[in-house]
Design a protein around this ligand. Structure first.
Ligand code: AMP
Length: 403
């Protein structure tokens, strides 16, 4: 089946046409500046020249019409007509307490997604606009919603509850939800295959390290705990997010710097993390260059902080699961940077990790699944490139096949 995967932002719409039999993308692209001046589409079909053009995109409906026009174009496209799209799979960041798996976008479902809006206003609003645009433009094509939070819905109460007055938790649905679910699900599934033992017996720590980063403890194929919380701000320090900090710093800074709730939110989400500590960039590559080539102390501190935090969570989750079979690194930083894989694994020999520096330093492009632990290592360490699109396409096909 060809599944059109859609990820709608406030002024953008990214897409992939994914074939579930060949497990490959037939086309990838995105529309930018929707509702603004200078709208444009960029589009790439493997084996063809990249295609870009300006287009007046007043609404997300205009964007999705242009995507279909481009996909079915005889020169730059890859399919003959819209009828070759079997279903649409929408990536939705937050499923709140309502969704534990992927679902067909019915009216009842969309009403529940609407209730998630206040949990992730910057993401759910645009997602809903994108979903409605696709429902309008592609009336006969089933639309499926795949939630970033769903894979984490198996966490036990003691892992997902925050120790605040429980009336607030209940009134506002405050709990740990976790994010990057499709990525943690994909890489843990691949790791279970490599381990070659029954999924129920496996204990895996998955480290999704990118501009946004999270770690999950996956025991028996199910999430036991994860670092992101009520929002993606919790857990590890990230490109621009602080990760977990003493919560008293929030009110302290608000008072001292006379900041509003929105302003402190911006400080913690957009000005912290690697950017906050290093100061010059949120990009791990820049930070690493500054550390290695210019001996920049703040860059070095940022990298050592992140590595330390990753190590700390690996240990914590090994304890929570009562053992450890494998550690997996994935996403932009995890796949492309040897030091963020080696630094956290050093000193974990007592856990059974015998890290293979040679294999780690020899990783080449294109990035492929690679074993980073020595042959006798009790705990396996792997680099597994993530594939969230495959999970979204497979789930979409499964929901549509069951109709
Ligand atoms: P993501 O959010 O998964 O796209 O990851 C973004 C982060 O991955 C940035 O901090 C980049 O520095 C890092 N990254 C992405 N691609 C590369 C690459 N080819 N080499 C080194 N770092 C990379």
């Amino acid at each position: 089946m060809n599944v059109l995967i859609v990820n709608a932002g406030s002024s953008s719409l990214k897409y992939q046409l994914f074939n579930t039999e060949s497990k490959t993308a037939l086309a990838k692209g995105g529309c930018e500046r929707i509702g603004e001046e200078g709208g444009a589409i960029s589009h790439k079909v493997p084996g063809k020249e990249p295609y870009e053009r300006l287009a007046d995109l007043k609404t997300h409906e205009d964007a999705i019409k242009l995507v279909i026009e481009t996909l079915t174009d005889s020169k730059v496209g890859c399919i003959g007509s819209m009828s070759e799209i079997g279903a649409v799979g929408h990536r939705v960041v937050h499923g709140g307490p309502y969704f534990t798996g992927s679902v067909l976008a019915t009216e009842e479902v969309l009403e529940k997604v609407e209730l998630c809006r206040e949990l992730a206003p910057l993401h759910i609003g645009p997602s809903l606009v994108g979903i409605h645009a696709c429902l309008d433009v592609m009336k006969d094509v089933p639309q499926v919603l795949v939630f970033d939070t769903a894979f984490h819905s198996t966490m036990p109460k003691e892992a997902y509850t925050f120790a605040i007055p429980q009336e607030y938790s209940e009134k506002y649905h405050i709990r740990r939800y976790g994010f990057h679910g499709s990525s943690h699900r994909y890489v843990s599934r691949e790791m279970i295959k490599i381990l070659g033992k029954p999924a129920e017996e496996t204990k895996i720590v998955t480290c999704h390290l990118g501009n946004g980063s999270s770690i999950a403890a996956v025991k028996g194929g199910k999430v036991l705990d994860t670092t992101m919380g009520f929002t993606p701000l919790d857990g590890l320090m990230m490109g621009t997010r602080s990760g977990a900090i003493d919560p008293a710093i929030v009110s302290f800074l608000m008072e001292k710097e006379n900041l509003s709730a929105a302003e402190i939110n911006t400080v913690l989400n957009k000005k912290s993390g690697i950017l906050g500590v290093y100061g010059a960039s949120s990009d791990f590559r820049d930070c690493r260059t500054a550390m290695e080539e210019r001996k920049d102390e703040r860059a070095s501190l940022a990298i050592h902080m992140l590595a330390y935090q990753v190590k700390k969570y690996i240990g914590a989750y090994a304890a929570a699961m009562g053992g450890l079979d494998a550690v997996v690194f994935t996403a932009g930083i995890g796949e492309n940077n040897n030091i963020i894989r080696s630094m956290p694994c050093k000193g974990l020999e007592f856990l059974g990790i015998d890290f293979d520096d040679e294999a780690n330093d020899a990783v080449k492009r294109p990035i492929e699944t690679t074993c980073l632990s020595k042959a006798g290592s009790k705990v396996k360490v792997y680099l597994i490139p993530t594939n969230e699109e495959l999970i979204i396409a497979e789930d979409t096909e499964a929901v549509v096949s069951a109709l």
